[in-house]
Design a protein around this ligand. Structure first.
Ligand code: HPA
Length: 232
C-alpha cells in the first residue's frame, strides 16, 4: 500500500505502461493483455497487471498533467520495485507537417513545470528518454511498418492559454509536439535509476487546427500500444 495505490508489494510488474486516462488502462488490460488483474481503483485511477506474449506487464492510469503523474510514478518507484515506465499518450503537434495519428517517440522533454525549477534550484535539468527503450521502440516500429518519428517534445502545466505565438520559439528549436507529462516522467526515472520512454500519438495539430475527429483513432492507438507492449 502507498498513499494513492492500494496494490500490495508484488502486485505491480517491473514495467508499467502509463496512459493518462484510467479507462484506457482498463481497455488495454481487458483487450490486449492476458490474465489482467486490477490492483488499484483508488480515485478511479485503474491499475492492472497481466501478461503480454508471456511477459508480465502492468498498466496504470497517470491522470492528466505532471502533478498527477508525479504522485503515481513516485509511488511506483518507491513502493513497488518498478524499473521501467512507458507513457502511452496523446500530444498536440506544433509543426505543420505532422498529421493527426502520427506516432512520436519522445527523445527529450523540455518543459515549463515549476516543480523542476524548485528541484534544480532554478537551473535546467535536461530530461531524456532511456536509450535502450528508445532504440528498441524505433526498431519495433520499423519491423511492424509503423511510421514513428523520434524527436524532442515539450511538456506543459497549462493546456490552455499562452497566446498565438506560444509555440513558435519551440518549433524553431526542433520541438515536435506538446503534452503534459513526459518532462516529469523522465526526471523521476533519472532520480530513481529507472528507465523511461514516452510513446505518443498526435491527437491535434496546433498549427493547422486539425484534430482527432478526422483520425482513424483506433489504428494509431493500436500502433502506439503495440510498440509499448512489445518493448515492455
Ligand atoms: N496541449 C497539451 N497537451 C496535449 C495536447 C495539447 O494540444 N494535445 C494532447 N495533449
Amino acid at each position: 500500500m502507498s498513499l494513492h495505490l492500494e496494490a500490495k508489494m508484488g502486485d505491480v510488474a517491473e514495467t508499467v505502461l502509463l496512459p493518462g486516462d484510467p479507462l484506457r488502462a482498463k481497455f488495454v488490460a481487458e483487450n490486449l493483455m492476458e490474465d489482467a488483474v486490477c490492483y488499484n481503483k483508488v480515485r478511479g485511477m485503474y491499475g492492472f497487471t497481466g501478461t503480454y506474449k508471456g511477459k508480465r506487464v502492468s498498466i496504470q492510469g497517470s491522470g492528466m498533467g505532471m502533478p498527477s503523474l508525479s504522485i503515481y510514478v513516485n509511488e511506483l518507484f518507491m513502493g513497488y520495485g518498478v524499473k521501467n515506465v512507458i507513457r502511452v499518450g496523446t500530444c498536440g503537434a506544433i509543426r505543420e507537417e505532422l498529421k493527426v495519428g502520427q506516432v512520436l517517440l519522445g527523445m527529450s522533454a523540455s518543459g515549463d513545470t515549476n516543480a523542476n525549477r524548485v528541484t534544480f534550484k532554478g537551473l535546467d535539468f535536461a530530461p531524456t528518454a532511456d536509450f535502450e527503450l528508445l532504440s528498441n521502440a524505433a526498431r519495433v516500429a520499423k519491423e511492424q511498418n509503423i511510421n514513428a518519428i523520434t524527436g524532442p517534445i515539450f511538456s506543459t502545466d497549462s493546456f490552455y492559454g499562452g497566446g498565438e505565438d506560444r509555440w513558435d520559439v519551440w518549433a524553431e528549436h526542433g520541438i515536435l509536439a506538446t503534452e503534459m507529462e513526459s518532462q516529469m516522467l523522465y526526471t523521476l526515472a533519472a532520480k530513481y535509476g529507472g528507465k523511461a520512454l514516452s510513446i505518443l500519438t498526435v491527437s491535434d495539430n496546433i498549427v493547422t487546427g486539425e484534430n482527432s475527429s478526422n483520425l482513424d483513432r483506433e489504428q494509431s492507438f493500436t500502433d502506439m500500444m503495440k510498440i509499448a507492449l512489445e518493448i515492455a
